[in-house]
Design a protein around this ligand. Structure first.
Ligand code: TPP
Ligand code: MG
Length: 518
């Protein structure tokens, strides 16, 4: 290569940086070496090593949810992308802005069936809103600019750019200028009128919010609309980022279990949907409906997941004259509990001690509902949930959220089973000195699956279920696991000790782990 010419790899990184990418969650291999070398020449992009690709993709998800800008991942061909898949799926459902940079064999090498050659496009398809494979070093920067625009545009999404090794090592024509970031599509005119008519009709009505509508001015506009019309305000079961706590307008959570969700929606004459889709059950169950709304309920879609929910809510509020600010949740600090440790006691301690501006990542599974309830009036905070149902998301999302928001404490609530999928996120937290407190809800089981076994109508509950749902024998020692990755930990089994451990962990910066035996 001519002295002084910029490699394709560097042109890609400079283009990503110009488009707002500041962090790269990486697990590289030989095909990404030129991208790695280029990171030294583009110090604006912070390299963060993850010891498994599912940590990298989940961290990029947490980063994107909090920063509102894409992080990059750097992944090793099809197998690296495949390892990242489950958390890319969660990010895809959350519509998190993200750019995956996936290395590949050099163009001439790819058809030779080398060991790492695979069908990358097929792995990327279900988790990519946008996909391209760079043809050569001279066009790769243009592809990178398109990738960033796709990740940021239309309200956010996953862009996957494959960079063949020779597109990285050959000389480029330099970085490409950022492309315009397109806003989400405006909703059709009639949607606002129809929603206004439904909410004015006087019958029982609810506004269901999700996506971008669960925080900021959109949440407040939704609450104004509900207050002015008497409609209930309900939110998706698993929001990407929910703003809540004292002073923030509260929204009812749509319950997870089908029958509870059906009850919650029963009797509505109108259901107005904004930023999400009409509600469906998580799974099908014999004899139970898949669509959760009452068949007699008229559903009006104000804004779907890809449409401009924020503008639609403001327009609807204007049409309804819903101008008065809605009441926020009352401040409520629960009393600390005494005695044994259970999710309610854990919730009480968190509700009492949660610092203002905390970011809570909820992968507590069966322990989650009492903790959610006990923190409704805690100091204002953000709540990030398992948008795509693929567990192993919490520790990585907490890691990325902490990179995005170094001044905000992160509290990561983790089922013991879910924690083990991507436990090596703790190592990245230690290496990067991230202010994350991880609480492991250690019930030594996949407790939710015990519920589900009977709910799906499976006959009997034999030794196979014990074998597959119990995760004791041997009991996991999360304090030792954390110590082995550079994170100090404590094990507690009563309410007072938990509160003390939480207080201490929150007071000290850097990562901590509390193994809560419940
Ligand atoms: C990728 C993936 N694999 C498997 C599952 C099925 N699954 C759902 S919850 C769960 C166990 C959760 O256990 P834990 O985190 O300990 O929470 P608990 O149920 O004990 O509250 C499993 C295996 C899933 N949702 N996603
Ligand atoms: Mg468990």
């Amino acid at each position: 290569m001519a002295a002084g010419a910029m490699t394709g790899a560097e042109s890609v990184l400079r283009t990503l940086s110009a488009g707002g990418v500041k962090s790269c969650f990486a697990n590289p291999g030989t095909s990404e070496m030129h991208l790695v070398a280029a990171l030294d020449r583009v110090p604006e992009v912070r390299p963060v090593l993850a010891l498994f690709e599912g940590v990298a993709s989940g961290a990029a998800d947490g980063y994107g949810r909090m920063a509102g800008l894409p992080a990059a991942t750097l992944l090793h061909l099809g197998p690296g992308l495949g390892n990242a898949f489950a958390n890319l799926h969660n990010a895809y459902k959350a519509r998190t802005p993200m750019v995956n940079v996936v290395g590949d064999h050099a163009v001439a090498h790819a058809p030779l069936n080398a060991p790492l050659a695979s069908d990358i496009a097929s792995v990327a398809g279900p988790v990519s809103h946008w996909y391209a494979s760079a043809r050569d070093a001279r066009t790769a920067a243009g592809d990178a600019a398109a990738a960033v625009a796709a990740a940021r545009g239309h309200g956010g999404g996953i862009a996957t750019l494959v960079v063949p090794a020779d597109a990285g090592w050959e000389p480029s024509a330099g970085p490409a200028a950022p492309l315009p970031v397109l806003p989400p599509a405006a909703v059709p005119e009639g949607a606002i009128e129809a929603a206004a008519r439904a909410l004015r009709s006087g019958g029982p009505a609810a506004l269901l919010i999700g996506g971008a509508a669960t925080r900021g001015p959109s949440l407040r506009a939704a609450a104004r609309i509900a207050a002015a019309t008497g409609a209930r305000l309900i939110r998706d079961t698993f929001p990407a980022r929910l703003e809540r706590g004292a002073g923030i307008p509260p929204a009812e959570s749509l319950p997870y279990f089908t029958e509870m969700a059906v009850d919650a929606l029963a009797g509505l004459e109108h259901l107005v949907i904004c930023g999400t889709q009409a509600p469906v059950a998580f799974f099908a169950y014999p004899g139970r409906p898949s669509r959760l709304a009452d068949p007699g309920t008229a559903i009006e879609v104000l804004a779907g997941p890809r449409e401009d929910a924020a503008a639609a809510l403001e327009a609807l509020a204007g049409a309804l004259g819903a101008l008065d600010a809605a009441a926020g949740a009352d401040a409520a600090r629960p009393e600390l509990a005494d005695g044994g440790l259970d999710p309610a006691a854990i919730g009480a301690a968190i509700g009492a001690l949660l610092p203002e501006g905390a970011i809570v990542v909820d992968e507590a599974v069966t322990a989650s509902p009492p903790i959610v309830a006990a923190t409704a009036g805690a100091a204002p905070h953000d709540w990030l949930t398992l948008t795509g149902g693929a567990i192993g998301q919490g520790l990585p999302v907490a890691t990325g959220a902490a990179v995005a928001c170094p001044d905000r404490p992160v509290l990561s609530l983790e089922g013991d089973g879910s924690a083990m999928y991507t436990i090596q996120a703790l190592w990245t937290q230690a290496r990067e000195s991230l202010d994350v407190t991880t609480v492991i809800l250690a019930n030594r089981s996949y407790a939710i699956l015990d519920f589900e076994l009977s709910r799906v109508g499976a006959e009997g509950r034999g030794p196979a279920a014990d074998e597959l749902f119990g995760i004791g024998r041997p009991d996991l020692d999360f304090v030792a696991i954390a110590r082995g990755m550079g994170v100090p930990g404590r094990r507690v089994d009563d309410a007072r000790a938990f509160a003390a451990a939480l207080r201490e962990a929150l007071a000290e910066s850097g990562p901590h782990l509390i193994e809560a035996l419940i």
